[in-house]
Structure formats: structure tokens, C-alpha cells
Design a protein around this ligand. Structure first.
Ligand code: SF4
Length: 363
């Protein structure tokens, strides 16, 4: 394992935009990740390819994030890189590599891709029990996890911690569902902790890990502590980390720490200043019916959609204003974010988190 990189706590770096390769490089640069990677290290990139679908579905990691990270590593003379993943039970990882554009990235850079479904595995004992983990994943000197920020129909959300589920065999995945997902995901989180996670928050699905309702959020995050990252992502999605069973358990088992202190979130830029509305889907359109958006940044808009989703679509009768086009105007109804300070009822922040929006809309 690489030395000198804090695995617990630490800062979370955030960047907004829609150029994933450039954003990934800037995040790695800001966190000085290269300083923690020995020149001869075997570096494994672990995306989320739960199903054979493109990133635009909201299910899988954007391939250009991998491209940006590989370029960054190659530019720093770290050339021993591979891509590892095992799709969910019932899908074919090799097909997923192709459909999601990873095979093309591998070919472009001469990087090998490995399907972990057929890999040998070693039992790892943790405070949460024994977990069988892929030998190839365990053998990485530096493991970079690339989860997608998205919802999950059973666990509410999935991000850094649950992304490690691609590092076990299909038989072990089935056992997880038999023995209890929360306990097993938390144990796995303690068994294999990535050195760093780069979260794809470009357009994750609201509630299904297999995609279908992508919501444009145009952001990426980087952190070394997967528990802290998931806790922060919860706040962006309008959840308390205590509502996601495996997060406090993962902390209990030693995989990281949930606490987020003042100054822990380092934003490298501001949200995009252009209007980027969520892609059309019946669910998102339904949630958007009371929203009056005018030049809303995508991160701000996505947080509002997540909040309304968590509220079960209950938007009330008042219009909800959001966006830079409302700056300096007196508004009847609700205003989201710093730009809507002229609203009768407003949620501060730039962008405000989904959790803050929920609190305001509930009262
Ligand atoms: S408050 Fe305004 S500037 Fe800030 S994220 Fe929202 S729309 Fe963008």
C-alpha cells in the first residue's frame, strides 16, 4: 500500500462542470494524489459498470473520467495501470466495458481491462465478518475507485462504499443479499479501502442504480475516506447518512469517519453558470412541475430535484424559483439559493444542499 495518503477523514474536493477528463485531472492535482503513488506502483482503476449501459443513462462511470485519470498518471510517469470491475449478477462485464466506452479507453491508452467475476478471491476478516475479495483488487498498490453518485432502490443511495461490490464474485454478491446488504457492504468497506475515490456526479440516476432517470448535476468529488464521501453525498441527495444503514456500520468497522467539519469541503470552482436542465424523464418532469428555473446552475437544480424526490414529489402550491435570472427580483413563493434572496421564503447557500432544501420546504 502506498504510504503518506490519509485514509480517514481528510478533505473532500469538489469541482463543477461538464468536462469530465479535465475535471478529474484538476481534482487529482488539487489533492496532490501523485505524491502518494510510488513510481513502480500497480494502479487499478475501479469504475462502476453495474450494468452494460452508457454513462448518459445515469448508471455507469463516464469513460472520460478514466481517460483523464490515465492521462494524469501517464504524465507523471505512472504507467502500470489497469481497469478492474465485475458487473452485477446477470450482466456481462466484458459487454459492459464495451457499451460504457471503457474498452475504447483501454485501447486508446494501451491499458488492460479485467473482469473480476472470474477472479480468484481471498477471505478477509473484518469486524463485520469475513468477506471474499478479488485477488486482483487486493493486489493493487494503489486503488482508485470511480463510483457514480446515484440512488438505489434498496439502500437509498450508492456511491463510494458500495462501489467496492464490483470486487467480489457473483456467488459472494448473492450471499450479500441473503445475509443482509447493509452489514455485508460495511464489512466489504473495511476489507478493501480504496486509496482515493473520484465520484462521478455528472448525471447519476435519482433512485435506480441501473439508470433510467439521469439528473444532470455536473459535478465531481474526490476524497480518500469513502465513509466521509458517502456521508457528504447523502447531504447532497437530501438524506441523513444514518438513513443509509451501511454508512454508520462502515464507520463502526473502521472504514472511515462520517463527520464533516468546517473547511472539509474544498470547492475548486463555482457551479456552471449556464442553464442545464435535467434530461427528460417522466419522473423528473413530474418533480419539476412547480419549478420556475431561470439560468439555474445544474448543481443547484439537481439538489432541488433530489430534495423534491425525497419529499415524495410533494411540492405544494407555491412556485419554487431557482437560478441566476432571479437575482435582485422580488419573488412570491420560494427561492432556492443565493440568487433568490428576494423570495418571500428562501433557502440560503450556493448551491444549497438537498438536505437544507428539504428542511425549508417541510416548514
Ligand atoms: S445559488 Fe445561483 S449561482 Fe449559486 S448554484 Fe444556485 S443558481 Fe448557481
Amino acid at each position: 500500500m502506498a504510504k503518506g495518503f490519509p485514509r480517514k477523514g481528510g478533505k473532500i474536493y469538489a469541482i463543477y462542470g461538464n468536462h469530465p477528463a479535465e475535471m478529474a485531472k484538476k481534482l487529482l492535482d488539487a489533492a496532490k494524489v501523485i505524491d502518494a503513488i510510488p513510481r513502480d506502483a500497480r494502479i487499478s482503476l475501479k469504475p462502476n459498470l453495474v450494468v452494460a449501459r452508457p454513462a448518459s443513462s445515469g448508471a455507469t462511470t463516464h469513460p472520460e473520467i478514466l481517460a483523464g485519470i490515465i492521462e494524469y498518471l501517464f504524465d507523471h510517469d505512472r504507467k502500470n495501470v489497469d481497469i478492474i470491475e465485475g458487473s452485477w449478477v446477470g450482466d456481462d462485464t466484458i459487454r459492459a466495458f464495451q457499451v460504457a466506452g471503457m474498452a475504447e479507453v483501454g485501447k486508446r491508452f494501451g491499458v488492460k481491462l479485467h473482469d473480476l467475476k472470474g477472479d480468484s478471491a481471498t477471505p478477509v476478516d473484518t469486524p463485520g465478518g469475513r468477506v471474499l475479495v478479488s485477488d486482483r483488487a487486493l493486489a493493487a498498490d494503489f486503488l482508485i475507485s470511480l463510483p457514480v453518485l446515484k440512488g438505489h432502490c434498496q439502500t437509498r443511495m450508492t456511491c463510494a462504499l458500495k462501489n467496492m461490490k464490483g470486487c467480489i464474485t457473483d456467488a459472494e454478491k448473492r450471499r450479500f443479499h441473503r445475509d443482509g446488504l447493509d452489514e455485508c457492504i460495511a464489512a466489504l468497506a473495511a476489507a478493501i479501502i480504496p486509496h482515493v475515490s473520484v465520484v462521478d456526479g455528472i448525471c447519476g440516476d435519482l433512485d435506480f442504480e441501473e439508470g433510467g432517470n439521469p439528473v444532470t448535476a455536473d459535478r465531481m468529488l474526490l476524497g480518500a475516506d469513502p465513509v466521509k464521501l458517502d456521508a457528504y453525498v447523502c447531504s447532497l441527495m437530501g438524506l441523513s447518512p444514518l438513513q443509509v444503514g451501511y454508512i454508520p456500520l462502515a464507520e463502526k468497522y473502521g472504514a472511515g469517519e462520517m463527520g464533516i467539519g468546517a473547511g472539509d469541503i474544498v470547492e475548486l470552482n463555482r457551479p456552471l453558470a449556464a442553464t442545464v436542465l435535467p434530461r427528460a424523464s417522466g419522473k423528473v418532469q413530474s418533480l419539476s412541475r412547480n419549478i420556475k428555473a431561470d439560468q439555474a446552475c445544474s448543481a443547484c437544480h439537481a439538489n432541488l430535484i433530489h430534495a423534491l424526490h425525497r419529499l415524495g414529489g410533494r411540492t405544494g402550491a407555491s412556485p419554487i424559483h431557482i437560478g441566476q435570472g432571479w437575482q435582485g427580483k422580488q419573488l412570491a413563493g420560494i427561492g432556492i439559493g443565493r440568487c433568490c434572496q428576494g423570495a418571500a421564503k428562501r433557502v440560503p447557500g450556493c448551491p444549497p444542499s438537498a438536505l437544507d432544501i428539504i428542511e425549508a420546504l417541510r416548514t
